[in-house]
Ligand binder design. Structure first.
Ligand SMILES: [Zn+2]
Length: 81
């Protein structure tokens, strides 16, 4: 596992690779608002973003899901999307 500290708020984060290969900061604790499945592949943490039915099913089955730290970071202003 690849732990680090957020350079904006100092909170512990984990780095995981998205499907496109870019790394993404993840909150280390699962959340009931989570939508990211963490999987380990050859020692690399992968972040799989769940949507729609896949997300619904994973939550219904009680799977531990995680949030991107970008959405929870208290030091960062929420960007309008
Ligand atoms: Zn932060």
């Amino acid at each position: 596992m690849n732990f680090d500290n957020c350079r904006d708020c100092g909170q512990t984060i984990r780095w995981a690779n998205k499907q496109d290969g870019k790394s993404m900061p993840i909150d280390p604790a699962p959340s009931r608002h989570g939508y990211i499945r963490l999987a380990s592949e050859n020692g690399v943490d992968r972040a799989i973003i769940l949507r729609g039915q896949r997300l619904f099913r994973a939550r219904a089955e009680g799977e531990k899901l995680y949030q991107s730290h970008v959405t929870t970071c208290e030091a960062r202003e929420q960007e309008a999307s």
